[in-house]
Write a protein that binds this ligand. Structure first.
Ligand code: NAD
Ligand code: TDX
Length: 339
């Protein structure tokens, strides 16, 4: 049997990095190619355990650079593309939207064109629930795959644009595709600009935790390993052309999340500092994952087991965290929270 070649874009980041490790360890018969530009969010130290494995390969490249991407696809003839690479932080998209269009929209189109030219078996586009916009606080309402796209931030608008391009390549050129739309992830190697790792990092150092607005906005949290398993399932079993929502029914207000972390670490709630609200702050996200469950997916973590596992991981990996929050990160944090 010939070995399958799987291109994972953004495999030096948080979710892509966890997915690369999951795939390298699970599928010895696949060659996993991690393609990443190594922006501020990319870091290869997380792959020390797998970097010498024969089925792991790394390529440093910009997905938006046609002149490197097209020849790479012509040379390697990838079977699968699992596309994570993106600018991923909503706050950064509010201060600097241009790079979100460049990477998330143009970069996706370049990958689609390359995939069409070599005829990949399937293109899996990793998207987000944020493309659906926001829900109100009625707990009986959920995003389904039929919910219309009404993105509110430059980040979610760029992701929705890329979703539409993926759809168009399927409709126009018959490119085999799936789109997954997952709720908020958390877990190992989450970059500490996002709420959960930022809170863990700040609380560990007895620093105040910035909570936007009144802290009542709701997110639906999923452990990253459950997201990886969902993508694996969609890659192998997803029906061509279909969209799958991913979420585990773990809605929490931001304040509940922050208080849970403070309590687990045995610190005082006095660390909570209410700060100016995010512009256009979406009220609530909540996923209906029925379609994916019918394909055979079930999450393994509840929010309680997942957050305990994640906090322990950060306690065990303080060196990784320290390396990430030194240098440029400090400038980002000061700029972001002085506004
Ligand atoms: P991340 O910011 O941690 O990682 C992004 C990775 O992409 C980094 O390694 C970065 O170096 C790389 N990258 C950025 N620009 C690139 C370019 N031009 N060329 C090549 N590589 C580039 O992001 P994440 O949180 O792991 O998110 C991964 C994907 O999952 C994104 O597409 C995001 O929209 C989606 N998603 C994220 C969440 C979440 O909660 N984090 C939820 C649902 C969907
Ligand atoms: O310092 C903070 N204080 C705060 O109150 C930060 C960073 C966030 N928040 C709030 C804003 C959100 O309501 O916490 C919530 C979560 O914020 P983020 O961690 O920035 O995530 P979110 O904006 O919900 O987007 C995430 O989930 C969907 C990812 O970053 C996206 O890539 C993904 O698509």
């Amino acid at each position: 049997m010939t070995r399958k070649k799987v291109l994972v874009t953004g495999g030096a980041g948080f979710i892509g990095g966890n997915f690369v490790q999951y795939m390298v360890n699970k599928y010895k018969e696949y060659d996993i190619y991690n393609l990443d530009l190594l922006t501020y969010a990319g870091d290869l130290t997380k792959h020390r355990d797998i970097e010498t494995k024969e089925n792991y390969h790394f390529v440093k490249a910009d997905i938006a650079n046609r002149d490197t991407i097209i020849p790479l696809f012509e040379k390697e003839k990838f079977d699968y593309v699992v596309h994570f690479a993106a600018e991923s932080h909503v706050d950064r998209s509010i201060t600097d939207p241009g790079v979100f269009v460049q990477t998330n929209v143009l970069g996706t189109q370049v990958l689609l064109e390359a995939s069409k030219q070599v005829g990949v078996t399937k293109f899996i586009h990793v998207s987000t629930d944020e493309v659906y916009g926001e829900l109100d606080f009625d707990p009986t309402t959920f995003f389904t795959e039929e919910t219309s796209l009404q993105p509110n931030s430059p980040y979610s608008a760029s992701k929705a644009s890329s979703d539409l391009l993926v759809r168009a390549y399927h409709e126009t050129y018959d490119l085999p595709i799936n789109i997954t739309r997952c709720s908020n992830n958390y877990g190992p190697y989450h970059f500490p600009e996002k709420l959960i790792p930022l809170t863990i990092s700040r609380v560990l150092n007895d620093q105040n935790v910035p909570v936007y607005g009144d802290g009542k906005n709701i997110r639906d949290w999923l452990h990253v390993i459950d997201h990886c398993a969902a993508i694996d399932l969609v890659m192998h079993m997803g029906l061509n052309g279909e969209v799958y929502n991913v979420g585990g029914h773990n809605e929490r207000t931001n304040l509940e999340v922050v208080k849970a972390i403070i309590s687990t670490l045995g610190k005082s709630e006095d660390l909570i500092e209410f700060v100016k609200d995010r512009l256009g702050h979406d009220k609530r996200y909540a996923i209906d994952p029925t379609k994916l469950e019918q394909l055979g997916w079930k999450p393994t973590y509840t929010f309680e087991t997942g957050i305990a596992h994640t906090i322990q991981w950060y306690l065990d990996n303080k060196k990784w965290l320290e390396q990430i929050i030194s240098g440029e990160y400090q400038n980002y944090f000061e700029k972001q929270y002085s506004m």
